[in-house]
Design a protein around this ligand. Structure first.
Ligand SMILES: NC(=O)c1ccc[n+]([C@@H]2O[C@H](COP(=O)([O-])OP(=O)(O)OC[C@H]3O[C@@H](n4cnc5c(N)ncnc54)[C@H](OP(=O)(O)O)[C@@H]3O)[C@@H](O)[C@H]2O)c1
Length: 235
């Protein structure tokens, strides 16, 4: 395997995603930073112009065709992807009570947060299996944790993250025979982004920290966990 690692980050054009790209690229990792349209990628293009190893690509993870075309382009250029960060996400039912939830909104949320992540794993994990190396980080949320539910609302978003946690744990089990492929989920905390809102106390750079830490774990580290602030968080 080459010394230079390759990472994909979805939803990389803003928020926590773009900070994740910046932190990985600063470590010399070749980042394939994805957005849904080139018009949204000026900040990523600027990083590449500064000399950071950032390559901009397009993918809409809610579309199987878009993920397939993206995977074909990437795997033609890079034989394997070392790190997959499933960061893209939507929160379409903030504070909506379950009894008032439009089921189409729940479907749209699952399409991105859960099925989109699975599509990306299905597209890229086989190349990790072939290489015998991989770090998969699914960006989850403490709001998906079932251990400490203190308030109702946001069922679509929260259940999509609960299911994402389940995907993380099950995929880690399925990859047990590949000891150097680690699958973990991260909780960024409450972060000031379009999704998190203006009142959030954390910066996007702080929100990206645990994800980047999981993405760069050394061989022999744990797999199949949920982490916040670099520590295990209850499912
Ligand atoms: N902010 C928080 O407080 C917080 C807390 C816990 C967890 N998280 C999680 O952290 C991750 C990043 O959130 P953020 O706060 O940075 O949100 P954000 O600023 O709203 O960014 C979301 C990103 O996801 C992309 N995206 C949405 N739908 C997509 C699709 N179908 N295909 C590809 N990309 C898509 C967006 O692209 P467009 O620009 O094209 O829409 C954008 O780049 C999410 O998974 C979120 O659930 C955030």
């Amino acid at each position: 395997m080459s010394e230079i690692k390759t990472a994909i980050v979805t939803g990389a054009n803003r928020g926590i995603g773009i900070e994740t790209v910046r932190q990985l690229a600063a470590r010399g990792i070749q980042v394939i930073a994805t957005a849904r349209s080139f018009e949204q990628t000026a900040a990523l293009q600027a990083m590449a112009k500064e000399g950071l190893p950032v390559l901009v690509e397009l993918v809409d993870i809610s579309s199987s065709a878009s993920v397939a075309a993206f995977a074909e382009r990437v795997l033609q250029e890079f034989s394997a992807v070392d790190i997959l960060i499933n960061n893209a996400g939507v929160a379409l039912d903030k504070w909506v009570p379950a009894l008032g939830l439009d089921i189409d909104v729940w479907r749209q949320t699952m399409e991105v947060n859960l099925y989109g992540t699975l599509r990306m794993c299905q597209a890229f994990v086989p190349s990790m299996q072939a290489a015998g190396y991989g770090r998969i980080v699914n960006v989850s949320s403490e709001l998906g944790s079932l251990t400490d539910i203190q308030m109702g609302s946001s069922l679509a978003y929260r259940s999509s993250k609960t299911a994402l946690n389940s995907l993380t744990a099950l995929l880690a089990c399925e990859l047990k025979n590949y000891p150097d492929i680690l699958v973990n989920a991260s909780c960024p905390g409450w972060v000031k982004t379009e999704l998190g809102g203006e009142d959030a106390p954390l910066t996007p750079a702080q929100g990206a920290d645990t994800t980047v830490w999981l993405a760069t774990l050394p061989s022999g580290s744990a797999s199949g966990g949920l982490y916040r602030e670099r520590a295990v968080w209850p499912w």
